[in-house]
Design a protein around this ligand. Structure first.
Ligand code: ATP
Ligand code: MG
Ligand code: MG
Ligand code: MG
Length: 469
């Protein structure tokens, strides 16, 4: 069986042999970008090289990057456990060109890695290109010999990448694997796209233009390449499954969760185990970097992920805190590649145990309140925003946890009402806030909150509340 570790080294070795510098993963917490929650792709640590603000003694690089997508623009938290392909923590393999090679080399590199190095049958692959990017379509045809119906032209922004409102941007090309027609789903760009049949494995971004404030674009003098391939996704297909949770590593964590909770891995329990397995990884890696659960900023995102997992542990019938008991298995699985895990093991276990102990005190009462409210509601009516806000404020239920709980019943939260209740409290908090004096730029969290809104980023609450301390 091709393990994750084998795939990682095959990828990095290949690009090293093509004169790429092997660069270590950057931390999840970006060092100089307060607006970005967590590294969510391989290019994050190279931003300044793409804009030309910084140069190094290499123009080609390859990495395996730790990524967390649990907030902001890329938020896959709600997908976890429910799709076959989304994790909140994953590793992204990438190759990068900083004004060095462009499409003509990036496409052949990708094709060679997939079909020669990883021996994936060519007939299983299909690609998308941006509808105006005939150049990329032609290269795919020439290099891979793909027929026209497996080079799909897409006109949506899915195939046009932008670093921000201004700056480098360009068309992208996504590579998909077809798991065959016994699995539901339609080709990329079709209405049935979001099934599990066609799984995106690799994204190639061609940084071709520079976008200016007035909306105009010019060709970049130094065109660049940024690519990202999901390690767990490629591992799943090489291991004969279409589900990232059935790869060697994730399976071991799912089994650890089943063992620790004394439950099986049948249909009744599997979603809980998958959520727990994924959230164990994202929370442990964040704690290993020194992020602590709190009520603001990154610490709050961490808390949201933790509490979500802890509700699923509760649903499994766990009578005692569960998450910390899974850490040894995580360290066994990933400690060799990521020494911060064994180094941080004690802190990870302690933090998980303390949070779960604290949260369990209000979890049951909060769930009880939710039950009572649901009984009083007709049919599939959505849950009033004030109820969700009370759960948040009094019982420490992040909004997405409440939404996740309601999902099982096909109900939703009245977001407008929730936002209004949150806004009222926030206005009060802002008026009363004079700064703690600890950090010069604490106000940045207010700015982020203003930018993304409270439903996306529940990052600040000053009023102390039971359960949210
Ligand atoms: P999708 O459309 O499936 O959500 P994406 O287009 O958002 O994927 P990219 O931003 O292009 O993903 O990231 C590059 C690669 O990283 C993807 O091709 C995929 O292999 C992998 N990837 C992205 N999101 C996840 C995730 N949540 N879990 C695991 N792998 C992921
Ligand atoms: Mg996505
Ligand atoms: Mg995509
Ligand atoms: Mg993509």
């Amino acid at each position: 069986m091709t393990s994750l570790a084998d795939i990682r080294s095959t990828f990095l070795d290949y690009f090293e042999s093509q004169d790429h510098e092997v660069v270590a993963s950057s931390p999840l917490v970006p060092r100089n970008d307060p607006t970005l929650m967590f590294a969510n792709s391989g290019m994050v640590q190279f931003k300044n090289l793409f804009t030309g603000a910084e140069t190094r003694d290499y123009t080609r690089a390859t990495t395996s990057q730790k990524c967390v997508r649990a907030g902001g623009k890329h938020n896959d938290l709600d997908n976890v456990g429910y799709t076959a392909r989304h994790l909140t923590f994953f590793e992204m393999l990438g190759n990068f060109s900083f004004g060095d090679y462009f499409k003509e080399a990036a496409i052949p590199f990708a094709w060679e890695v997939l079909t020669k190095e990883l021996e994936i049958p060519a007939e299983k692959l299909l690609v998308t290109v941006y509808h105006t990017d005939d150049e990329a379509a032609d290269i795919w045809k020439k290099v891979a010999g793909l027929p026209d119906d497996r080079i799909i032209q897409i006109s949506t922004d899915d195939n046009f990448w932008m670093m921000g409102p201004t700056g480098p941007c360009g068309p992208s090309s996504e590579i998909f694997y077809d798991h065959g027609d016994q699995i539901w789903g339609g080709p990329p760009g079709s209405p049935e796209e979001d099934g599990d049949r066609f799984i995106e494995i690799w994204n190639l971004v061609f940084m071709q233009y520079e976008q200016f404030e007035d909306g105009t674009r010019t060709e970049l003098p130094n065109q660049s390449i940024d690519t990202g391939m999901g390690l767990e996704r490629i591992a799943s297909l090489l291991q004969g499954t279409n589900n990232v949770f059935e790869t060697d590593l994730m399976k071991a964590l799912v089994e650890a969760s089943a063992h620790a909770s004394n439950t099986g891995i049948g249909e009744d329990h599997i979603v809980h185990h998958r959520v727990i397995a994924d959230h164990l990884r994202s929370t442990s890696f964040l704690i290993a970097e020194g992020v602590m659960p709190s009520n603001e900023g990154r610490g709050y995102v961490l808390r949201r992920i933790m509490r979500r997992a802890m509700r699923h542990a509760h649903l499994l019938g766990a009578k005692e805190p569960l998450m910390h008991r899974l850490v040894p298995e995580l360290v066994r699985q990933m400690g060799a590649a990521y020494p911060e895990l064994p180094q941080g093991q004690a802190a990870i276990e302690e933090t998980l145990l303390a949070e779960e102990t604290r949260f369990r005190k209000t979890l049951e009462r909060g769930l009880g309140l939710l039950e009572d409210e649901l009984e009083a509601l007709p049919g599939d009516a959505s849950v009033p925003g004030e109820v969700a806000f009370k759960l948040y404020d009094t019982y420490g239920f992040p909004l997405d946890l409440t939404q996740d709980a309601l999902r099982e019943q096909g109900r939703e939260v009245d977001i407008v009402g929730f936002d209004a209740a949150m806004e009222a409290q926030r206005a009060q908090a802002r008026a009363a806030w004079a700064g703690s004096g600890e950090m010069a730029d604490e106000s940045v969290w207010f700015d982020i909150l203003d930018e993304v809104g409270p439903t996306d980023f529940l990052g600040y609450a000053t009023l102390s509340a039971e359960g949210v301390v």
